[in-house]
Design a protein around this ligand. Structure first.
Ligand SMILES: O=C(O)c1cc(C(=O)O)oc(=O)c1
Length: 310
């Protein structure tokens, strides 16, 4: 793959670019596997970053995303609107439209979005909206505005993707449990994996899933959550050991409501950029049987994003 650039924009200081030359995974993905969480950034010269963004990334185009998809052995992508593009969904929509049906999307919209615009997003392949509660990424949006959006997109058969930190779940509980749609949690609700797996924080997350059958989880981003490593670099086949029990617990207890994604191009990682081939090799650590892998990588994402083909 070519070297990442940033068009006319200046990248945030300390920005880590995505890893060029990822390895070929040793783990053979099942046929039809979906990378259900990844992003495109710009390119900034074509799709400028939003004025209200909290970071400026390197470019990460649809071409590079689709080259990675083919290299790793995925069949499809779900392209999630990145916060650096705000509610301007053009780069994500363009990626979906030029994928030949192999990509669907998750958008960010404001209350002012018209029904016609929602219809256009649907026609492009969008099947969800993302509500972000991570304060370093977005400014606060009033909950009544989000609830109004949820009611409108629910009528299109879409779902809501939520991104939050584990410590904020108690405060967000009432809002999340009132959402009328399927709800998909990004990155397992970002547990602090240095805390005990049977401690109150992760137990609350499990309770959230146990008591609400409409709640799904992405068991993604070990590279973001891990404290101890080892990193997915230099051929490491047993990466991110501290994340394994958390992700495996969610996969084994809720096998029909889990999704997996690379999170390429890994926005805002500070410590290292993982080799995406080795990230794929992480999957059998958290989904140890062929049946769990099939659900995680094919059956579940197809049900949510390509229901007409199931
Ligand atoms: O933790 C993050 O920084 C992050 C950011 C974004 C985004 O900016 O959209 O998406 C993610 O999935 C994760």
């Amino acid at each position: 793959m070519s070297k990442p650039v940033s068009g006319d924009f200046t990248k945030t200081a300390g920005w880590l670019d995505w890893y060029t030359g990822p390895s070929k995974p040793k783990f053979q993905l099942p046929a039809g596997a979906v990378d259900a969480h990844c992003h495109v950034f710009g390119p900034g010269a074509e799709f400028p970053y939003a004025p209200e963004r909290k970071y400026t990334p390197c470019d990460a185009s649809k071409h590079e995303l689709y080259a990675l998809r083919d290299h790793l052995g995925f069949a499809r992508n779900v392209v999630v609107q990145a916060t650096c593009h705000g509610a301007d969904n053009r780069a994500m929509v363009d990626a979906c439209l030029s994928s030949g049906g192999k990509a669907r999307g998750v958008a960010t919209v404001k209350r002012s979005v018209t029904d016609e615009e929602l219809q256009q997003l649907h026609a492009a392949g969008v099947r969800g909206v993302r509500f972000n509660f991570v304060k370093r990424l977005v400014d606060f949006t009033p909950k009544d505005e989000l609830m109004e959006i949820a009611a409108r997109i629910g009528k299109l058969g879409w779902h809501v993707v939520i991104y939050f930190e584990a410590v904020d779940l108690p405060e967000l509980w009432d809002f999340f449990t009132a959402l009328p749609t399927t709800v998909v949690v990004d990155h397992m609700g970002r547990p602090d994996v240095s805390k005990p797996i049977d401690g109150p924080e992760f137990e609350l997350f499990l309770k959230f899933m146990r008591e609400h059958p409409n709640v799904w989880s992405k068991v993604s981003c070990p590279e973001r959550l891990s404290v101890t490593g080892p990193k997915a670099l230099n051929g490491e086949q047993a990466a991110y050991q501290d994340v394994v029990p958390f992700a495996r617990k969610v996969v084994e207890e809720f096998p029909d409501r889990v999704l997996w994604g690379t999170d390429w191009p890994h926005p805002n990682l500070k410590d290292h950029m993982p080799d995406d081939g080795l990230l794929v090799d992480f999957i059998p650590q958290i989904a140890p049987t062929a049946e769990l892998q099939q659900k995680l990588l094919v059956t579940n994402p197809m049900k949510l994003y390509w229901p007409e083909e199931v």
